[in-house]
Design a protein around this ligand. Structure first.
Ligand SMILES: *[C@@H]1O[C@H](CO)[C@@H](O)[C@H](O)[C@H]1NC(C)=O
Length: 520
């Protein structure tokens, strides 16, 4: 009887899964970025001044665990399609999964405590099945959008018309087309583009947020997503100038030895210091990239990653407009790095990395600030936007956060009390913690089932992008537009009564609960 039942159940579920996998396209391509510009994508790894961020060793290998050796970032930036040169093939997009896929498969297996190679290969196989067909839209190593240039947009098709040079002369020749096409100029109105540094979450990677970051870039920002080597990701490879390389795996407390032994709390302190150092090194990298003379010192150590376009960035970056964004663990890391927004010198510590004199951090965006990544830094001398997913705001709202009270209230007080009094705190209902990552776009059906979101994944991401770009515009112009212009609609959030939680319409079809807005 039981065997029959089991057999029945087994074949029923096999059939069911077969149906689901064949009838539902479980893997979707990433959508177009939301802004008017084409996007260039480039992986860069460079040498940085070596620093020991924390004195601890990896038990397995005896090697130091928290040495900063190189900086790895993925750049997303506004671009124009490159003029076609006959005979050469343009690399049009890059794989979404970092190569080799086995590194990431093994990394996730290790995180799950699986050290048996065949099981690790199985995970690699699943990743390959789900992720190998996905590419990051954008042109690898495309030139930065020219300062004085314009692009032609076909509003009917919502497509950018590929310019064959010279762009506008060409359009003049085809008057008929010109009536249909719109000219869009560099939206910043200057030849300098503001920059953004992004910090990923626990178990994340620099490319896990390509749609959110590429979309910000498509609105005219140069974005660098850091690939953290703090032992929080599944796995990453450091490449050195002498041609050798080293794998960095996910680290847990039991993997480390130190004197005195590390605790969960010191592990977080070490990782957050590591992240802060990498964020500051990214700003240093931008400063080098911006300088005509220093730029020649940059050597891209990432194998098979070109560096031809790097010279197009010189003198094009507005280092007086730097915003730091992070998600989850990275949101906590971003909040920590934001203490450097102050012009006054930070307290001396052995790992203090000086910001270049021409660099100013002018704002921060914190997406679902960590609930288990240590207390949040409250010294934030610049405007701040905190966006939380519905899940982050609503799950266990009364649980104590490091002895400071409920997480939601700690965040609300932090935002309400930024010294500039320019803080926003909002929640987007119907979303979950991973909603700002690429995952719900690539495997929408699986993510919906696992996270129980009610807001469509694409709409949610568009809302995240819209509000973030409105904030980036606010930092430069002081104008509050879109959802940023709203009053408070939900003062007590999950701590108040259900009827008191008002929402305001977003610009892409979602709704926002607004908890804190600036005091004028
Ligand atoms: C290459 O450089 C790395 C980092 O500087 C160093 O750890 C390694 O020993 C070097 N390897 C060789 C073969 O020189």
């Amino acid at each position: 009887m039981t065997w029959r039942r089991l057999l029945l159940l087994g074949s029923a579920s096999t059939l069911f899964l077969f149906l689901v996998f064949t009838l539902t396209p479980i893997v979707s391509p990433l959508p177009r970025y939301t802004g008017p510009h084409e996007v260039g994508v480039l992986d860069v790894e460079t040498e940085v001044e070596r620093r020991r961020i924390w004195d601890a060793r990896i038990k397995e290998t005896g090697e130091p665990a928290f040495d900063l050796n190189t900086l790895a970032i993925t750049l997303y930036y506004p671009s124009i399609p490159r003029p076609k040169t006959p005979g050469t093939k343009q690399p049009l997009a890059r794989p979404w999964l970092p190569q080799p896929i086995s590194l990431i498969g093994t990394g996730y297996a290790r995180m799950l405590g699986i050290h048996w190679p065949p099981a690790q290969s199985l995970l690699t196989g699943i990743l390959w099945l789900l992720g190998s067909s996905t590419v990051i839209p954008g042109i690898v190593d495309a030139p930065l959008i020219p300062a004085s240039d314009a692009i032609l947009v076909d509003p009917e098709k919502a497509a950018i018309v590929e310019p064959s040079e010279p762009l506008l002369k060409d359009a003049d020749e085809s008057k008929e087309d010109m009536e249909r096409l719109e000219v869009r100029r560099n939206p910043s109105g200057t030849d300098k583009l503001p920059v953004v540094v992004f910090s990923h979450g626990m178990a994340g990677m620099s490319q896990s947020y390509s749609h959110y970051l590429g979309s910000i870039a498509s609105h005219g920002y140069v974005v660098a997503a850091v690939e953290h080597r703090d032992g929080s990701g599944p796995g990453t490879i450091e490449h050195y100038a002498n041609g050798t390389s080293k794998s960095v795996w996910h680290l847990q407390l039991q993997d480390l030895e130190a004197d005195p032994p590390m605790t969960l709390s010191t592990l977080k302190t070490a990782q957050l210091s590591f992240r802060e150092a990498e964020i500051l090194e990214t700003i240093n990298f931008f400063s080098l990239l911006n300088s005509n003379t220093d730029q020649q010192k940059i050597k891209n150590l990432k194998p098979d990653s070109p560096e031809k376009t790097l010279p197009t960035f010189s003198s094009r970056l507005d280092l007086s407009q730097i915003t730091i964004i992070g998600h989850s663990y990275g949101a906590t890391g971003a909040l920590q790095a934001l203490r450097r927004a102050s012009k006054s010198k930070p307290q001396a510590s052995k790992n203090n990395i000086n910001l270049p004199t021409d660099a100013t951090i002018t704002g921060g965006i914190s997406l679902d600030p960590g609930k288990a990544s240590g207390p949040l830094n409250t010294h934030i001398p610049c405007p701040l936007l905190v966006l939380q997913s519905g899940e982050w705001t609503n799950k266990a709202p009364s649980t104590d956060f490091y002895g400071l009270g409920p997480h939601w209230r700690v965040v609300r007080d932090l935002v309400a009390n930024v010294p500039s009094k320019k803080g926003w705190f909002m929640t987007i209902p119907g979303t979950a913690h991973p909603s700002v990552t690429d995952a719900p776009l690539i495997v929408p059906w699986i993510m919906k089932m696992v996270t129980g979101t009610t807001l469509d994944a694409k709409t949610a991401l568009e809302e995240y992008v819209d509000v973030s770009v409105r904030f980036l515009e606010y930092l430069r112009s002081g104008r509050k537009e879109g959802v940023l212009a709203s009053e408070v609609t939900s003062e007590k959030g999950p701590l108040g009564k259900e009827g008191e939680r008002g929402v305001v319409d977003g610009e892409a079809g979602g709704k926002w609960e607004v908890h804190v807005v600036p005091e004028e």
